[in-house]
Design a protein around this ligand. Sequence first.
Ligand code: DX5
Ligand code: ZN
Length: 219
Amino acid sequence: MPIIAPSILTANFLRLEDEINMLNSSKADWIHLDIMDGVYVPNITFGFPVIRQIKSLAKKPLDAHLMIINPDRYLKDFKDAGVDLLTVHLEACTHLDRTISEISNLGMKPGVAVNPHTSLDGLQYILPKLSMVLIMTVNPGFGGQKFIDYSYEKVRKLKQMIVDSGASTLIQVDGGVSKSNLKPLVDAGVDAFVVGNTIFASSDPVAMIEDLKEMKNLS
Ligand code: DX5
Ligand code: ZN
């Protein structure tokens, strides 16, 4: 069964407690936190005080996706705020090997995200050190965007790289995931799905999460 990581980017922040409790009661595996700095991406979201509040309520691991330049400045702060899986962008790190080693040393699971246009070549040597590679299937910055179709080829290529290297790295996709592309993405090799709009714009988010998790009632 796929790992489902609802992104709270499109949750109702006036009712964040209810939204986290809803996720706690659902079949979601992780809670995905999109951290944006307004420089790396053209949007700003939230930071440590909000993450700490979420941690105090959440019964699922926190999966943070950093869309910030120079994330090295804040790795320990994310650990202290309660993050379990920490993903940085390949394009935002000059010394990526050092960054992921530091994330592991702090006791978090390291992930690396790649933008749609970014080649997978830069991942080859670090793959065995990564818990997860996040393939962006939209340009990062906003929820509710359209899935980019060439992502399938990229997922298949990454899956082959992982098999060839003997690593156990998970493949995560983020952006535009819906009931219509979940199954083909699982078939291509995706293990974990970030899902924002499809869940939070649904009239019954708990049922939507269950359908995605159990791959039923797909369109
Ligand atoms: C985009 C974020 C995503 C976003 C996904 O920059 O990284 O996590 O919330 O939202 P949907 O599922 O609505 O495309
Ligand atoms: Zn994300």
